[in-house]
Design a protein around this ligand. Structure first.
Ligand SMILES: Cc1cc2nc3c(=O)[nH]c(=O)nc-3n(C[C@H](O)[C@H](O)[C@H](O)COP(=O)(O)OP(=O)(O)OC[C@H]3O[C@@H](n4cnc5c(N)ncnc54)[C@H](O)[C@@H]3O)c2cc1C
Length: 403
């Protein structure tokens, strides 16, 4: 069992924890940092199980953390990729309205994108859509030429190697199971040893509320895991999608709706849907953790959320279990898609914070408590925004944790 001492311990070696360590190591180079990750490898969960889209910042409420940090984060992400030779592509995206009811949503979305300062947005008609995405179906669309794709797992690994060069301690296999206050700081007991720190930054993703509770923090939210499942287009049908084809999202729901995503590795993914998972890291229906299910069921917010969204929730489960229902949703975007064009793909689990009254927290939520900062909600576009989120947390830490 090892003993480590540091100024700041960062719990969670996903893209947010790593980006936070990067920003802190730039702001205060003398600071001794340790990143503690429970898995044997970094970025094993959300940061490597996502769509890999560098979002431009269209969807988010103007002035929100999401809007500001996404737009700033894109610039930082592209600079980081250029600096370290990480492959990315600005393949562009169309958000299509496929029925007349969706046209006002598209107009609203365009206004938001412009208000958020997203560069190059265009409202386009069906002919222009066909030039960009010849197989897409659209009455009208928004074209975002700046939206891109990258492998965020690779970005995370590169962040880690930069940090190692700056002598940040990166401890894997270090699940934090207990946190106690001692000598004006904190002691974290992990699966591989003890870490003493002056303060802590909680970037534990799907377990962020749990880690906060280990410190005795009474969070007003709970993380509810929503699995997103993908299909892959078979190689000889990938030509049906050139870049990214998204539906006009339902404003009542925080997820973007199943879409087509070209990946930086050359494939095309279809998805993700959003089904309630029976474990925080429940990548399939067979992954069930009874303790975690019991915790969810005992949370009043889950029931209030279910009362509000039960219809959509049931449809998501049906579409998850029925390939033909999934295909029908995709055919709204690309009518030529048939069941034979799809093969099962991977899945990711979103850490979605839910309030006690059942509200799905929309914006990023970062909470300060004595000797700690907790990232309690960092869903999409947090991978895109990670470097900006890291800077924001570093600013907070410099102001309140390090003095
Ligand atoms: C299906 C899906 C699609 C998405 N698509 C996109 C997209 O296209 N673009 C985009 O910008 N964003 C996207 N996102 C969102 C993005 O992936 C996440 O917002 C981002 O990865 C969150 O990073 P994180 O570091 O907070 O979480 P994570 O990557 O989950 O990292 C948290 C880490 O904490 C560790 N941990 C947990 N508990 C402990 C403990 N007790 N002790 C030590 N370590 C602990 C975990 O093992 C994990 O490695 C998507 C997410 C999903 C799930």
């Amino acid at each position: 069992m090892s003993e480590t001492s540091c100024d700041i311990a960062i719990v969670g070696g996903g893209i947010i924890g790593l980006a936070t360590a990067l920003a802190l190591s730039e702001r205060v180079p003398r600071l001794r940092l340790a990143v503690l990750e429970k898995e044997s490898r970094l970025a094993a969960h959300q940061s490597s199980h996502n769509s890999g889209v560098i979002h431009a910042g269209i969807y988010y409420t103007p002035g929100s953390y999401k809007a500001c940090l996404c737009v700033e984060g894109v610039k930082l992400m592209l600079t980081f990729c250029d600096m370290y030779g990480i492959q990315y592509e600005r393949c562009g995206k169309v958000i299509v309205a496929t029925s007349p009811e969706e046209l006002p949503r598209l107009a609203q979305l365009y206004k938001r994108g412009v208000a958020n300062g997203v560069a190059g947005l265009e409202r386009i008609g069906p002919e222009r859509v066909r030039e960009i995405e010849p197989h897409a179906n659209a009455l009208a669309a928004i074209y975002s030429p700046a939206t891109g794709i990258v492998d965020f797992g690779k970005v995370s690994m590169t962040m880690a190697s930069v940090l190692r060069g700056r002598e940040t301690a990166i401890l894997t296999g270090a699940r934090v199971g207990r946190i106690v206050s001692a000598n004006g700081g904190v002691v974290l007991e992990t699966a591989s040893g003890t870490v003493r720190a002056r303060a802590l930054i909680n970037c534990a993703g799907l377990y962020a509320d749990r880690v906060a509770r280990l410190m005795g923090v009474r969070t007003d939210v709970r993380i509810i895991p929503f699995r997103g499942e993908y299909y892959n287009l078979v190689p000889d049908r990938r030509h049906l999608v050139r870049g990214l084809i998204y539906p006009a999202p339902d404003p009542a729901f925080p997820f973007l709706g199943v879409h087509f995503t070209r990946t930086i590795h050359g494939g095309v993914e279809a998805g993700p849907n959003a089904v309630l998972a029976f474990a925080r890291e429940g990548y399939t229906y067979r992954h069930i953790r009874l303790g975690e299910v019991a915790g969810m069921v005992a949370y009043p917010g889950l029931w209030r959320m279910a009362a509000r969204y039960w219809r959509m929730g049931l449809y998501e489960v049906y579409r998850s279990l029925s390939r033909s229902a999934f295909v029908r949703a995709l055919q709204r975007l690309v009518p030529e898609i048939s069941p034979a064009d799809l093969e099962p793909g991977g899945a990711g689990v979103r850490a979605q914070a839910v309030e006690k009254d059942g509200t799905l927290v929309d914006d990023f939520r970062i909470v300060e408590t004595p000797k700690a900062i907790h990232v309690l909600n960092a869903p999409s576009p947090a991978a895109t925004a990670s470097l900006a989120i890291g800077r924001h947390i570093a600013d907070l830490a410099v102001r309140t944790l390090i003095s």
